[in-house]
Design a protein around this ligand. Sequence first.
Ligand code: MN
Length: 197
Amino acid sequence: MSNVSKLNWSGGFVIDFSLINGISKSAPSTKRRLSQMADMYADTGAAQKMIAGGDPLVYEFYELGVPEEAGEIAFGTSITYPGKVGNEYFMTKGHFHTVLDTAEVYYTLSGIGFMLTENPEGDVALHALEPGKAVYVPKRYAHRSINAGTTPLISFFAFRGDAGHNYGTIETKGYRKLVVEGSDGKPCMIDNPKWGK
Ligand code: MN
């Protein structure tokens, strides 16, 4: 199934990024269901009901197995599915890079939503993810994709190959802010009641 081992990282290659015939056939995806991140959502009761009702797939991403070496560029596709837990939009876990001084670029292919970023000092920013627009996530900022629409949010990402992922900090402390659907039906950012707990 996986053709990733055939990619010629030292000689170069071309890869089809169409999800139907391209990357999905070349690379295995990593899948995250709600049960794997239930505590990250503010409404624990709503999350548990959804898990009991079928445990929806929240997001998945395709990586190509780049050599984890300085000078390489890791790239792939991230898909965050539409949905909400209570009034909180489906989102990725979010992560810092193990090499904290590592930036990343996300280019939205389809769907709409946000990239929520925060650094260890607590500076928070919310960037729009829209087709045809690129987001630059600066070094030292954790980043999380949030689907605020009704179709899958699909983006292309690229960052240095030896940066690694640090999920633990977010899994332990959470994000300072959450993005929810407000009473007017529009997305809004609120304080995370679970932050630091
Ligand atoms: Mn990243």
